[in-house]
Design a protein around this ligand. Sequence first.
Ligand SMILES: [Zn+2]
Length: 75
Amino acid sequence: MRPGDAVPPSGPVAVSDEMAAHFRATLLTHADDPESRVCVRCGRSRCDEWRWAYERLVLAGRLGDLPPRGYTPEG
Ligand SMILES: [Zn+2]
């Protein structure tokens, strides 16, 4: 590869277990509330924070690690 080439790496983006856990926590924190149907933090459905973490997990091929739908971290 020559200097100046801006070729993105192919394949899944490597994400450490720590980062994957962080993204999953973000997804849960910013998940849509079952009743109001929006993120309780941002007041928006599928808010920017949620989408950002979601995309990172998809790119890393780690989306399958997510807990089942409806799971809540604190009761
Ligand atoms: Zn949010």
